[in-house]
Design a protein around this ligand. Structure first.
Ligand SMILES: NC(=O)c1ccc[n+]([C@@H]2O[C@H](COP(=O)([O-])OP(=O)(O)OC[C@H]3O[C@@H](n4cnc5c(N)ncnc54)[C@H](OP(=O)(O)O)[C@@H]3O)[C@@H](O)[C@H]2O)c1
Length: 302
């Protein structure tokens, strides 16, 4: 396992963390899976008060006290005193004295950001959290959130990023790189949609690249994110088998040529997928139908 800095903090996090949303189906098996990941060099687990998985994480980290724990406060708790209370609840459920990374789960326009950030700074001052992060924040929201902080810097933005969802690639990702803010990539396997038969052309292409490295599609998809340099993917897995596979997505690199051929493939693939959805829709639009009828009758007149 290789390690990467979190923002400008100097904290060394494993190149991948483990997500925990929707765990809690088979607790024993899932705790074993998380423990297996921690024993294999992963040192970062992500949870949220909203997921209901903080008690499960508490059990999984019993033997790995140095695990870097990230959790999130829900937007419904963004008033000053609610943030403090939510944090105390998370600390209790996680069975720890300090949360390593406390993140605002989503922006909430109904609560002034300076009020929420005031509470976050108080939590750092009191030693209840170590770093402040956000999640699902745009560039503008990040700037406003940073401006609302008097003493500390935002260290990360947790946001959806995968081969199938690449919206942040053009603007948010370069912005975060420039500002020294880590991007924590959630749903890096697109919630397993990437393995569906409709993406067979893509997965076949990725399997071909993976073969050269002895890696499978999931490992290539995650490594492509790691190769961005400022991105820490946090896939979720419920079994030791999947976690072992995910561990194999770190500690190596796709070549520059492979990354650019994947990028080219993804751009072309998106264009073609969009065209195949848009074409029938455009063709069936009344204006287009009328225009086509007019054109064919005009053609017939010639
Ligand atoms: N901040 C936010 O708003 C937000 C939103 C969504 C998610 N998140 C965080 O991001 C984490 C990950 O995202 P996610 O859970 O949405 O989706 P994900 O990690 O993209 O995908 C999880 C799915 O991939 C499967 N999987 C895992 N490893 C695999 C492997 N090696 N081969 C094949 N399939 C594999 C899992 O199956 P099994 O479960 O069967 O192993 C599960 O069905 C969450 O758990 C959560 O911590 C944050």
């Amino acid at each position: 396992m290789d390690y990467i800095s979190l923002g400008k903090t100097g904290e060394r996090l494993s190149e991948i963390g483990l997500g925990t949303w929707k765990l809690g189906v088979d607790e024993k098996k899932e705790i074993e899976a998380l423990e297996y990941g921690l024993d294999s060099g992963i040192n970062f687990i992500d949870t949220a008060e909203m997921y209901g998985t903080e008690p499960l994480v508490a059990k999984a980290i019993r033997k790995s006290k140095d695990t870097f724990i990230a959790t999130k406060v829900s937007p419904t708790h963004f008033r000053h005193d609610e943030v403090i209370r939510a944090c105390e609840g998370s600390l209790q459920r996680l069975g720890i004295k300090t949360i390593d990374l406390y993140q605002l789960h989503w922006p909430n326009k109904n609560v002034p950001i300076h009020e929420t950030m005031g509470a976050m700074e108080r939590l750092v001052d009191d030693g209840r959290i170590r770093h402040i992060g956000v999640s699902n924040f745009s560039i503008r929201e990040l700037e406003e959130a940073q401006a609302a902080l008097k003493k500390y810097e935002i260290v990360s933005d947790q946001i959806e990023y995968s081969m199938l969802v690449r919206d942040i690639g053009d603007e948010l990702l370069p912005f975060c790189k420039k500002e020294g803010i880590s991007v924590i990539a959630y749903s890096p396997l697109s919630r397993a949609h990437i393995f569906e038969p409709k993406y067979a052309e893509l997965t076949k292409f990725l399997a071909g690249i993976g073969e050269r490295h002895g890696k499978d599609v999931a490992q290539v998809a995650i490594n492509w994110l790691i190769c961005k340099g400022n991105v820490i993917p946090i896939p979720k897995a419920s079994s030791k088998k999947h976690v072992a596979d995910l561990v194999g997505s770190a500690g190596w690199r796709l070549s520059k040529n492979e990354v650019s051929s994947i990028n080219d493939f993804l751009s072309d693939y998106s264009r073609r997928s969009l065209a195949s959805v848009a074409k029938p829709a455009i063709n069936s639009h009344p204006f287009v139908t009328r225009a086509l009828t007019w054109l064919s009758s005009a053609g017939n007149k010639k």
